[in-house]
Design a protein around this ligand. Sequence first.
Ligand SMILES: Nc1ncnc2c1ncn2[C@@H]1O[C@H](COP(=O)(O)OP(=O)(O)OP(=O)(O)O)[C@@H](O)[C@H]1O
Ligand SMILES: O=P(O)(O)OC[C@@]1(O)O[C@H](CO)[C@@H](O)[C@@H]1O
Length: 320
Amino acid sequence: MSKIATITLNPAIDLTVRADHFQTNTVNRGQEMQLDAGGKGVNVASFLADYGHASAVTGFLGRDNAAIFEQLFAQKRIEDAFIRLPGQTRTGIKVIDEAQQQTTDINMPGLQPSASEIEQLHTRIQQLAKTCDWFVLAGHLPPGVPITFYATVIEQLKQQGKNIVLDSSQAALRAGVQVGPTIIKPNIDELQQLVERPLHDELSIEQGARQLLRDTTQLVVVSMGEHGAMFVDQHTTLIAEPLAVNVKSTVGAGDAMVAGLIAGLSEGLPLTECARLATAFSAGTITRIGPHLPAQHILREYAQQVQVRTLQPTFGVVGE
Ligand SMILES: Nc1ncnc2c1ncn2[C@@H]1O[C@H](COP(=O)(O)OP(=O)(O)OP(=O)(O)O)[C@@H](O)[C@H]1O
Ligand SMILES: O=P(O)(O)OC[C@@]1(O)O[C@H](CO)[C@@H](O)[C@@H]1O
């Protein structure tokens, strides 16, 4: 079975507050509150562990509040290859409103690593490359890290024949996309930023996603929230409809999709089945708070329920 490494330069302790009928500029009353170790790559590793896949995590963790992460890694047998920095990992505020089915995020900038700590991380990634076949590069870069960080790592890992999934945003995503990671997982906002135009319907989203394909980028997965997800490769465009579940929190829904996709691909499943499994992982996490999934047999049942349809691909339309 493939071993997977996730790289999170800017993890977060997610403070989720449920405040139904949440409104800005007024006093809100909360109903429940929970703290979880989070950040995109941490979530991906946590979901993979729930499904029985071994993984390693790296990036930067603040030494002063690392305990919540260390507990998660120990509980789920995730290899902890994080570099410790002085200070505290950022906190991410997540306000969930079950009544209006809304999630509001406030993400802080995070701890700034020094140049030598960034160098240490490059070395750590090279060490992980000795045992891992899949690399997930995920999340916003912290202050002080060059926006070309992901691009540099992708180029190195590609030369070593690794599979790389990129899930980031803004300039770091743009730079990373240019060097051709194996898979890119933008949401609609991120895809719009990349192609610099509004994407209003399935056809325009498909054209935008197809623009990112190249020799080395074999698959673009566009997550579309309550509208499901689009899977675009050289030959096919699939749309996986979301499952009708009772949504508690959508935090980490995209990370679950990345985890499900890798689980499917490393099992050698065809794209349609990968799309089903990825959607099942997302459905499994949005029914709860925190980066956790239901048991494997429930995920497999969910996967069987996911409707996947084919969209007629529009080869060559954009950029002609
Ligand atoms: N309200 C919803 N109802 C049903 N399924 C949902 C809903 N929101 C998200 N999903 C499922 O989760 C998947 C990923 O969601 P989304 O597009 O919100 O990811 P994302 O923006 O990358 O999330 P994050 O960055 O928080 O991980 C969707 O493709 C869909 O299958
Ligand atoms: O600031 P970034 O790195 O873009 O996103 C961070 C974050 O919102 O992503 C995860 C959900 O995907 C959360 O656990 C975490 O707080």
